[in-house]
Design a protein around this ligand. Structure first.
Ligand code: KG4
Ligand code: ZN
Length: 376
């Protein structure tokens, strides 16, 4: 049988892939199987958070994260195999996030994957974490290419067009902080607790979103990059100016910050929708996917929903467990690459920075650094 990567036989082969993820503060292992007829099934999907370890510091501490990943990774892989009822022999490929992310953490999954690949003789697939997020909606729905994706997490704020496997173009990215960082850092200043995003959303419920005037980042600026540093500073100044802030003051500021972040995400996304329309004029109701932890925020979602409706897009969000960091999306990206014979050598590097769309990153390098390192 001809099993060259592009042969119909290779394409139609059933594949089972183990995926691993450790680029930020979630250790994860998952096993995905795609049948010869093309149905994908998640056989195991385990995620171990580290929230308690980082909570005393009010943010992710890279060294603590790296150590916790290294300690948990092996056991999690064993548990995933057990849950799937498989042995390593029955796995066709071993995929791991190889970047971008906190480098000490990235190494935990990648080195474990390399060890397993070396020991078992199975191919290694070094996955770009952002490609995992970009493909994540396809874990739960039949989302067809091309689609527009807004990735909003603690480490990333990016707008991408996914045109096909391995074919992504970045339309915009943050120039400074990620949206999740803006939530987290403001919540920290206001003493709302960690992780800040959900805490700030809870506080905002009883707040008046019209009380404080906050700047609109990059207002009227062309393109669809983001910026949240100015907003964060303005919120801090308002907070510092409040004498003995009451619960109502807190709630009002939380509501204003949440509204400003949501509005900024929606207005920059609207520009991306227009850019998408220029490139794909015949697409009827294309999908606008929002993924990442910030997608859990109800105000963000409803503001994006409105923007999508205004521009003839359909907003879709993967279920929360695949919206935030997970290994099922890494296994899926690995599986897609394995299916076409695109596998990596055992010397594949761990990368703190790894733009998904290398060509546009070279033309428009994005500066700044945050929870996950430079915003590539
Ligand atoms: O995708 P994620 O779980 O992890 C990565 O950063 O990769 O995203 C975490 C981010 C944090 O900044 C967290 O505060 C934010 O998502 N987040 C929220 C909410 N839930 C999580 N931000 C605003 N509102 C929420 N409900
Ligand atoms: Zn992520």
């Amino acid at each position: 049988m001809d099993l060259s990567p592009t042969s119909p036989e290779a394409q139609a082969r059933a594949l089972t892939v183990l995926g691993m993820e450790s680029s930020c503060d979630e250790t994860a292992a998952a096993i995905l199987r795609r049948s010869a007829s093309g149905e994908t099934e998640v056989l195991a999907d385990l995620v171990l958070g580290q929230m308690e370890a980082h909570a005393p510091y009010g943010g992710v501490v890279p060294e603590i994260a790296a150590r916790a990943h290294a300690e948990a990774m092996d056991g999690l892989v064993a548990a995933a195999l057990k849950e799937a009822g498989l042995t390593l022999d029955e796995i066709d490929g071993i995929a791991a996030t190889a970047g971008p992310g906190l480098i000490g953490g990235v190494m935990a999954a990648l080195m474990t994957a390399k060890g397993l690949a070396l020991g078992s003789g199975k191919p290694l697939i070094a996955v770009n974490h952002l490609e995992g997020h970009a493909l994540s909606p396809r874990l739960s729905e039949d989302v067809t290419f091309p689609y527009l994706l807004l990735l909003v997490s603690g480490g990333h704020t990016q707008l991408l067009i996914a045109e096909g496997i391995g074919k992504y173009s970045r339309l915009g990215s943050t120039l400074d902080d990620a949206a999740g960082e803006a939530f987290d850092k403001t919540a920290k200043v206001m003493g709302l607790g960690f992780p800040g995003g959900p805490a700030l959303e809870r506080s905002a419920v009883t707040g008046d979103a019209t009380r404080f005037a906050l700047p609109t980042p990059l207002k009227g600026k062309p393109g669809c990059d983001f910026s949240f540093a100015g907003l964060k500073t303005a919120a801090r100044q308002i907070w510092d100016g409040l004498e003995a802030p009451s619960e109502q003051d807190k709630a009002d500021l939380a509501a204003c910050v949440q509204q400003a972040i949501a509005r900024s995400l929606a207005s920059r996304s609207a520009r991306a929708m227009a850019m998408f329309r220029e490139r794909f004029q015949d697409e009827q109701a294309p999908a606008f996917i929002v993924a990442g932890g910030v997608a859990a925020n109800k105000t963000v979602r409803s503001t994006l929903d409105q923007a999508a409706a205004d521009h003839g897009f359909e907003l879709k969000a993967p279920p929360m467990r695949w919206c935030t960091d997970n290994a099922a999306m890494i296994a899926l990206a690995g599986l897609e690459h394995l299916a076409v014979g695109d596998v990596d050598e055992l010397n594949a590097p761990a990368r703190a920075r790894w733009p998904l769309d290398e060509s546009s990153a070279k033309l428009a390098p994005v500066i700044g650094s945050g929870r996950k390192g430079p915003k590539a």
